[in-house]
Write a protein that binds this ligand. Sequence first.
Ligand code: LMR
Length: 410
Amino acid sequence: TWSNVPAGPPDPILGVTEAFKADKDPRKINLGVGAYRDGDGKPYVLNSVKKAEDFLRASNPDKEYLPITGLPEFTKNATKLAYGADSTPLNANAIAATQSISGTGALRIGGAFLARFYPHSKVIYLPVPSWGNHTPIFRDSGLEVRGYRYFDKKTVGLDFEAFFRGRGIAYYIVVDQNAPERSIVLLHACAHNPTGVDPTPAQWKEISNIVKEKKLFPFFDMAYQGFASGSTDRDALAVRLFVSEGHQVALSQSFAKNMGLYGERAGAFSLTTADAEEKARVESQLKIVIRPMYSNPPLHGARIANTILSRPELYGEWEAEVKGMADRIISMRERLYNELANTHKTPGEWGHIKSQIGMFSFTGLTAAQTKALAERAYIYMTADGRISMAGLNGKNIDYFAESVSRAVKG
Ligand code: LMR
């Protein structure tokens, strides 16, 4: 029956974890998937999460189904975290929201909702490069995926020509003669994945102006709130700026990274709407999108996140832990830069290792070099040369830098 099914390729990110697991060498390092590791290279369960779980256990909750759109307190607190307590649409009860199967599920619900109801266009523009899963998520949601230029390979930085001289995202959309008006544009809210290069606040303002001028519809993916700057408020700058500038936005949120809830799959999807009545209509349709997909979302992760977000003492501890994770990554950036540039005198310019932000660094290593690192040094990363900085620690960073230096020198 299945003789016509061709073997598919491994996933570009999760396939790296499979290859790493199969490797028997004790020196092996996994810098593929974006999952935080502590200073000993171990997965890290946050203390605030452990305390929230203790609290939940003591309250002896049942295992009844959640509503289709999830735990209402959780979506309320998640949207407050993203849009800010003083957000106008939030306080006007004009944000339609649903719990989601983490960030991927939020993007998929958003893609499906827009494919069904966004009246102006079925085209979504993604930055090039973007997270590897964005293209299949939106394609499988029924949207047509196109790219806008984001990253300048020459300077290993934000493409300034694209942003300024060319008048930004819209320029590249406009020069695409076939681009329908009012297309959807996907923006990484902070800690751009895979490049680690974000617009400055002034550049965000410029992007907001262009998006407004061209009547594009902004869809924010915020998978790393807190990881870029160490502050959840600061990392929400782009989303809050757009809302205060009068844009209606779509937003995907994940608690995988900032609460370390990876496998618990806690996230949220939201849309700002005109008023409470429109919000109710939109939410009724979100339910109709979700019900045949997975009926209703899982309980535990949303309960943990909600406990942290709603209890001031846990919230404070969590914020400090997010900053602790972000700071450890920054210290690894400093050290890696020093080892590559100074200790090993590795050919090339490595300043971007320090200037990039968030969980990832886009090293500039070629596909051939990343392949050589896996085969000869048992070091695994995605083929585009992205490394998860969180996979580095005091014990493996010397070996990593030495191996990279050898790979670059050939
Ligand atoms: C990543 O980019 O490594 C993360 O977002 C994890 C994933 O699901 O790909």
